[in-house]
Design a protein around this ligand. Structure first.
Ligand SMILES: [Zn+2]
Length: 296
């Protein structure tokens, strides 16, 4: 079986073919579009350029109800917008005349890590991705725990600060408003507005005590969320992803903070960095397609 896998982001669409041996071939990167309908047209166009595949599996941002083949738009309650279901999976399936699966990008990354990356040795684990927001996924026995509408694992919207910062979801105090890379950047730019990304913050922190304090406070925010999740799931591992986790000192710091505070009976947990980097999404999409096809 040949699976066309895609990682459909807001700025780029990565695509490739994965065959039965797990080999990745014909890897391409195409520009994406902010408008979801235009983005879907692009996905269909890219798929048309791959002549030989049996099934499409695409990892995407946002809340995705794959069983109903819909993408639930991220909506802004504060701006008076309502949630809408956009039938992305159905549109792709009809246009391509083949099975088409869609799944949330954090879920895809977690599945990739579960079978081919840092989660190989663990049947049950949590996977969190720190970037613009905080994505999350729950792996149970090698499969995604998806919840009643397929959208479980939105750990970024776990409330850690009652009445705190306004989140894109329309509520206040969500974890991602404090633990995302965006939150780190916002704090650092208050006195170092020229800093452009997390890597620069970590580099500059060596000579700037204020930045060091910002990083420490941010690590505490990350740790608070991990502690709560640990008490709920009692996982054997937590895998941390996102480009910022490549800062080696960060993982070590988080582990130090976590194990200092965790209730001892919950301390039998590995905290690991994700291994697959930006390939996690497409590898996970392939695994998801195989799992779903076996269900049909
Ligand atoms: Zn939120």
């Amino acid at each position: 079986m040949r699976i066309l896998v895609m990682d459909v982001g807001g700025t780029a669409i990565k695509s490739a073919i994965i065959d039965d041996t797990g080999k990745l071939s014909d890897v391409r990167t195409t520009s994406s579009d902010k408008n979801v309908e235009v983005r879907m047209e692009k996905v269909i166009h890219i798929a048309g350029e791959y002549s030989d595949f049996d099934v499409l599996s695409a990892s995407m941002r946002g809340q995705i109800d794959d069983k109903a083949k819909t993408m639930l738009f991220r909506y802004n309650k504060a701006a008076g917008e309502d949630a809408q279901a956009y039938p992305a999976g159905e549109i792709l399936g009809k246009a391509l005349g083949r099975p088409a699966f869609i799944l949330n990008d954090a879920n895809a990354a977690a599945l990739g890590e579960a079978h081919l990356g840092a989660g190989r040795a663990h049947k049950d684990f949590l996977c969190l991705t720190y970037g613009t927001g905080v994505g999350g996924a729950i792996i149970q026995n090698g499969r995604l725990l998806t919840g009643t509408r397929g959208i479980a694992g939105e750990m970024g919207h776990m409330v850690t600060h009652k009445g705190g910062r306004l989140c894109g979801c329309g509520h206040r105090g969500c974890y991602e408003q404090y633990a995302s890379t965006t939150a780190l950047l916002d704090s650092a730019r208050k006195f170092r507005p020229e800093l452009e990304n997390a890597k620069e913050i970590f580099n500059e922190a060596e000579n700037d005590l204020r930045l060091r304090r910002v990083i420490t406070a941010w690590e505490d925010e990350i740790t608070e969320g991990l502690l709560t999740l640990t008490y709920i799931f009692n996982p054997c591992a937590i895998i941390l992803g996102g480009g910022v986790m490549q800062e080696e000192v960060l993982l070590a710091d988080i582990k130090k903070r976590f194990f200092k505070r965790v209730i001892p009976t919950f301390s039998d947990v590995d905290i690991l960095a994700a291994e697959l980097g930006n390939k996690a999404g497409i590898m996970g999409a392939a695994i998801y397609a195989k799992q779903r096809l076996n269900e049909i």
